[in-house]
Ligand binder design. Structure first.
Ligand code: ADP
Length: 506
């Protein structure tokens, strides 16, 4: 039986010591027997040849020690054949056996080394093989998962090469563009999405992705069936084999419904804002008119009485004086009622908190975007980056901005030229915030600019004339100023200031 050593290798050396020494004994005995048979038949005496073979076999299968034993045994046995041979011949025989034994031990050692190396290498290869097998299994699983994501994703996914041609698209992409994948793959992006869209929107972003950048953006697109879609796109660089970007992974998430819903919501918000503004103003005006009407009517009656007392043949100055005093009292009451309206926006009623004016501007932009779009007005926002927050009544400031922005939009409705509403925030020298709202509309009514800030002054058919008056009250109650100027060549700019935190507190 052959030994199995070193983790399963098949070395030819026998496994146990008795087997190995037994082999030495057996092989030399066989050599002896054969030599005897040859002698019996008077054949040339070949013991040396048989002995060397036996030594070789023992070395090979029994190892070095058993081989040496076989060599010694062969030398002993040889005496029974080599009678009458001289000492030198004996010595020569022994030397031959010894040299042969040394050579055989070297050969078996070389063989053992080789076997050991083969065994080690085999173990390494087995290990590597196992690793490879695991890696392949993992890759297969990863490929399966990626395939599933690609095939089952609710988003449109495509892989685009640096030649702007499709390499792979998923079923959603096919559905979105109404074309089978086989037809899309190989197509140039501009052939599917149109040259204009490609040049204006896609190429620039794809090039950034091929340069190694992750790109995200959202925009409206028109598909082959002419449907408008709002897509949120993400371009990720793919580098499967090298450092260079070999393709772009494009994922487009369809936000059309979401966008339409939020547009509707914004529209509703803006309509509501407008309605509530008009309603509030209307209610305010109605109640003001009602309240003021009584003292004015009384003042007129008293003034008439006064005139009548004075128009008598003998004027009754005392009665006239009484009537005139009552007229003054009535007029004062009317003035008090109007003053009361101003108090509504005074400091005492305000809900002060820390307000970021840039945030208020952005909120109003979102709220009035639809209103502006409806009249083809573009809104430009230019906010100073490090604007300090101020203590103010957020809702009142929203109202001021909304009034000024809606007035700007109103002023541009009749203008047949570029319509732009520019809103700018900045910090002026002493830390005061200055907000300006510029339009390219008709400009302020001629003559006295200040009249527009008076209550009830309006040039609009359904105007209340209260917006600017209330806005000025609010700004002044915050310790700021509100004024207006005409622009050159056209339009008007409304500016208001708001003092830094501490002053606003005062
Ligand atoms: P209303 O908007 O109801 O008329 P306002 O007090 O807000 O009340 O405005 C008063 C008047 O000031 C307007 O009727 C209009 O004549 C003038 N005005 C306000 N804003 C502008 C503007 N941006 N451009 C030209 N005129 C304006």
């Amino acid at each position: 039986m052959m030994a199995t050593a070193n983790g399963g290798s098949t070395a030819p050396t026998l496994a146990t010591t008795p087997q190995r020494y037994g082999l030495a004994l057996f092989s030399i005995a066989t050599a002896f027997g054969l030599a005897r048979i040859f002698l019996y038949f008077h054949l040339p005496q070949p013991f040396a040849a048989f002995a060397l073979s036996a030594i070789a076999i023992t070395f090979w299968y029994g190892g070095t020690k058993a081989g040496i034993v076989a060599t010694v045994l062969a030398s002993i046995v040889r005496y029974s054949f080599e009678t009458g041979v001289g000492t030198i011949a004996f010595a020569f025989y022994d030397l031959t056996f010894v040299v042969f034994a040394v050579l055989m031990s070297m050969v078996t050692r070389a063989r053992d080394d080789l076997e050991e190396r083969i065994t080690e290498r085999t173990a390494e290869l087995t290990h590597a093989n196992e690793g490879l097998r695991l890696e392949i299994a993992e890759r297969k699983q990863a490929e399966y998962l990626i395939g599933q994501v690609f095939e089952c994703s609710p988003d449109g996914i495509s892989i685009i090469g640096p030649d702007y041609r499709y390499r792979r698209v998923n079923p959603v992409y096919e559905r979105n563009w109404g074309m089978p994948a086989e037809k899309i793959v190989g197509m140039h992006v501009s052939d599917l999405l149109g040259k204009e869209v490609f040049e204006e929107k896609l190429k620039r972003n794809l090039d950034r992705c091929f340069a190694g950048e992750d790109v995200r953006y959202s925009d409206w697109f028109t598909d082959v069936l002419g449907r408008r879609r709002y897509l949120s796109l993400s371009y990720s660089p793919l580098r499967p084999t090298s450092h260079d970007v070999e393709a772009a992974l494009v994922i487009n998430h369809d936000l059309t419904n979401h966008m339409l819903d939020s547009e509707k919501l914004r529209q509703a918000q803006s309509d509501l804002a407008r309605i509530s503004r008009v309603t509030t103003m209307g209610e305010l005006t109605a109640s003001l008119a009602h309240e003021v009407n009584q003292p004015i009517a009384a003042a007129i009656t008293n003034a008439n009485t006064c005139v009548r007392w004075l128009a008598r043949e003998y004027p009754d100055v005392e009665e006239a004086r009484e009537a005139a005093l009552r007229t003054v009292k009535d007029a004062n009451r009317a003035a008090e009622i109007i003053g009361h309206i101003r108090q509504l926006f005074s400091k005492g009623n305000a809900q002060r908190e820390l307000v970021d004016m840039n945030e208020v501007i952005r909120e109003m932009h979102v709220m009035l975007r639809n209103e502006a779009n409806r009249y083809s007005v573009s809104i430009r926002i230019d906010c100073a980056a490090d604007l300090p927050r101020i203590m103010a009544d957020r809702v009142q400031l929203q109202q001021v901005l909304m009034n000024l922005m809606l007035n700007g939009i109103d002023a541009m409705k009749a203008v047949n030229a570029h319509r732009e509403l520019a809103i700018r925030s900045q910090q002026v020298d002493d830390g005061t915030l200055q907000i300006s709202i510029s339009d390219t509309g008709t400009g302020l009514p001629p003559h006295d600019v200040e009249q527009i800030f008076s209550a009830f002054f309006t040039t609009k058919e359904h105007g209340t004339g209260m917006g600017l008056s209330i806005s000025r009250s609010i700004v002044e109650s915050h310790g700021g100023r509100l004024w207006a100027d005409n622009n050159s060549p056209r339009g008007a700019t409304f500016c208001f200031t708001l003092p830094a935190k501490d002053e606003a507190h005062a």
